[in-house]
Design a protein around this ligand. Structure first.
Ligand code: GLY
Length: 407
């Protein structure tokens, strides 16, 4: 963490020199984190049993899901980020944030044995992973390592990918989605923290993660570096059966959040492996994203959508992209590339922390507005023009990164 902060300080100085003062947008992390923190604390206060993980909301009240839903790690993760910020800025109530974060994290303990979905990275790294990073307590680490074991059960060498949807025993259908790139951190992290496969070695965890990243690179990207959302494979031969979408507009369109999972996932893999091919893939996907971005730095829920109004946007995709851009600006050795992604990150963060995207209204569950779970042509659909818990989670991540870099 210390190394990353030092690198960010250096980077921000380099980038500030490249950008003129007038070009640096206004971002106020203290205010934005305080607004999000107030909403997080209000939800916790209404949940004495610490059950019911927030997912989406049209108004002030979160729809909730049980532990085990793919989103269940984001609320604890947002509490850990708030605790980190509270520690860094010496908030007097920092221990209350630690207690909240721990209480919502331990509610996910049994998910370490879950083999029914691929989302263990989202669920366990955001909760137990941050818990271990910030406290160093071994009880948190043990859960992450077991979760990595569970995730390997969804990998078939015949396909070379971790199965996203369906049962591990299904020999007819083998579905993988681009989002799955985000779960590789669980394997890579475990491979360097005493994790092994049950009968194997730490390298086996890294081998599964790199195999997944390598085959995703071949099957999910189009020549213009946009992504397919879903690819179905034959589980016995590994052959591709079909490329399609479940949350975007069409099979051959580019679902914007899927694109940002790819940008972030490959930027993470580049950092974890130091393999330049992952960095290049992330940059190419990011360049597609930036080339199709409207002036306010927030994409529509699908890049091929003609619906350009605010109510059809997905600001959660912009928050994910923003985190990835900070990482790309740190990873590239090329000053022009560093500056391009630093600028993209700060412009996005500036847009996301102002109206109309940012709100402290008690009538809204999240601070980040205009998020879309799926592409929908009807803005009144419950899954579009809504609050999503991961939007505030990634916004916090971006704010903490920016805050560390500017100090
Ligand atoms: N990973 C599911 C989604 O992005 O909606």
């Amino acid at each position: 963490m210390k190394l990353i902060q030092t690198a960010l300080v250096t980077l921000s100085v380099v980038c500030a020199n490249l950008l003129s003062a007038a070009e640096i947008p206004v971002i106020n992390p203290d205010h934005a984190v305080a607004v999000i923190a107030k909403k997080l604390a209000a939800y916790d206060a209404g949940q004495p049993a610490k059950a019911g993980y927030p997912t989406e909301a049209k108004g002030a009240k979160w729809v909730t899901v049980p532990a085990g839903d793919w989103v269940s790690g984001f609320y604890p993760g947002a509490l850990w980020y708030t605790y980190e910020f509270a520690q860094r800025h010496h908030w007097p109530d920092q221990n209350a944030w630690l207690k909240r974060a721990d209480a919502w994290t331990v509610g996910l303990t049994n998910q370490q044995f879950n083999t029914t979905n691929h989302d263990l990275g989202f669920m366990l790294m955001n909760s137990f992973g941050h818990a271990y990073r910030l406290t160093g307590e071994e009880r948190y680490k043990a859960v992450v390592l077991q979760a990595a074991q569970s995730l390997t059960k969804r990998y078939r060498p015949e396909v070379g990918l971790i199965r996203s949807w369906g049962s591990i025993d299904d020999l007819k259908q083998y579905t993988v989605i681009i989002d799955n790139m985000m779960n590789l951190e669980l394997l890579m992290w475990s491979s360097t923290h005493d994790g092994t496969t049950k009968d194997g070695t730490a390298q086996d965890l890294a081998k599964i993660a790199t195999s997944h990243a390598n085959r995703t690179q071949v099957e999910f990207f189009r020549p213009d570096s946009s992504t397919y959302h879903v690819v179905d494979f034959d589980p016995l031969t590994g052959a591709v059966k079909r490329k399609r979408t479940a949350q975007g507009k069409a099979a051959d369109s580019c679902w914007s959040r899927g694109q940002t999972w790819a940008i972030y996932g490959y930027a993470y893999m580049a950092e974890a492996t130091q393999d330049k091919k992952y960095l290049e893939q992330s940059i190419k996907a990011a360049d597609y994203y930036l080339a199709h971005l409207p002036a306010d730095h927030v994409p529509p829920s699908d890049f091929q959508s003609e619906l350009t109004g605010l109510e059809f946007k997905d600001s959660s995709a912009a928050a994910i992209a923003c985190c990835a851009f900070f990482r790309l600006s740190r990873l590239s050795d090329d000053p022009a590339v560093k500056n391009r992604f630093w600028q993209a990150a700060v412009e996005t963060l500036s847009s996301l922390t102002q109206a109309p995207y940012f709100s402290d209204s008690p009538d809204k569950a999240s601070a980040l507005l205009y998020q879309a779970r799926n592409y929908h042509a009807d803005a009144t659909h419950p899954l579009t023009n809504t609050s999503l818990i991961w939007g505030d989670y990634y916004l916090l991540e971006a704010l903490l990164t920016y805050d560390a870099g500017k100090k």
